[in-house]
Design a protein around this ligand. Structure first.
Ligand SMILES: N[C@@H](CCC[C@H](N)C(=O)O)C(=O)O
Length: 289
């Protein structure tokens, strides 16, 4: 990394990110450097990093450059790469507006999960077209201590296991990934959501995120939960021909998810820039690479 590296801090329903503007993809962003930045005691702190790169300057995004000028190179807090981050896309869009790269209204953002269409509303909410869910076959069981639950596989570009439970406290501290069976079900790891009902089409969730631990919100996770809840409730939009809208409470706020009969999913929620500054050159020299 260069010695004058700018950063911002932002969050979407308290899923928080270190934002690194790097239009020409010049930063040496190793997994260790990402983990050091996300460290909540010795670094800036965050659930992940949003590396902001021009699509044309990133080998994974060049093919999307004609459609989306900016690529969200998302990294989990442990430095691992993930396919998608739903809250991240909203915060990324808010950053682009904050930096004057885009105005209120519609824009497209390239991600590893394809181009996402975003709407920056006047009221501060950001809506993202999250694409369609895939529902891979297979029975999975998630366990915490003595309790276990069946979980539904939902893929939102990244893998999720959604378990409906009686009490969110039963998920325990979620510091470590909850074990699941069969152990080979997710060779690349999984995000695990625990869900309770709050009312009609209204649920609350906690999540253990692959590569970040328990977070206060997960956008792809909230979409996976809404998709699983609609199937459970007999409200699958493809079957009923009617959109299904779920309010999903997360520890850090509320997200609203709508799935249309064609399977397209939209997520709406807030996205906030909290601070900006530059990384201390001395810290950078000693931070792991
Ligand atoms: N917080 C994100 C999901 C980030 C990626 C996830 N940890 C994974 O590894 O798949 C969201 O808002 O979707």
């Amino acid at each position: 990394m260069s010695t004058r590296t700018a950063f911002l801090k932002g969050h979407g329903t308290e899923n928080d990110f270190v934002i690194l503007p790097d239009p020409e993809n010049a930063l040496d962003l190793s997994p260790a450097a990402v983990a050091a930045l996300c460290d909540r005691r010795a670094g800036i702190g965050g659930d992940g990093v949003l590396h902001v790169v021009r699509s044309a300057a990133h080998p994974e995004a060049r093919s999307m450059a004609a459609e989306a000028e900016w690529f969200m190179d998302y990294r989990n807090g442990d430095g691992s790469v993930a396919e998608m981050c739903g809250n991240g896309v909203r915060v990324f869009a808010r950053y682009l507006q904050h930096a004057g790269h885009v105005a209120e209204g519609d824009l497209a953002i390239a991600t590893r999960g394809g181009v996402k269409h975003v709407h920056l509303a006047k009221d501060g909410d950001v809506t993202v077209g999250m694409g369609r869910a895939r529902l891979p076959e297979g029975e999975v069981t998630v366990r915490v201590g003595e309790r276990s639950w069946p979980a539904r596989n939902v893929n939102m570009g990244n893998p999720h296991a959604v378990a409906f439970v009686e009490d969110l406290a039963h998920a325990s501290d979620l510091y470590t990934p909850p074990p699941f069976a069969p152990a080979a079900a997710y060779p690349d790891g999984v995000n695990v959501e625990f869900v309770v009902d709050r009312g009609p089409r209204h649920v609350a969730m906690r999540v253990h995120e692959r590569g970040s631990g328990e977070t206060r919100s997960c956008g792809t996770g909230a979409c996976a939960v809404a998709v699983a809840a609609a199937r459970r409730d007999g409200a699958d939009p493809a079957a009923t021909g009617t959109p299904a809208t779920y309010t999903v409470d997360v520890l850090g706020g509320t997200l609203v998810i709508t799935e249309r009969p064609d399977g397209e999913i939209e997520m709406t929620g807030p996205a906030v820039i909290v601070a900006e500054g530059t990384l201390d050159p001395e810290w950078l020299e000693t931070a792991p690479r």
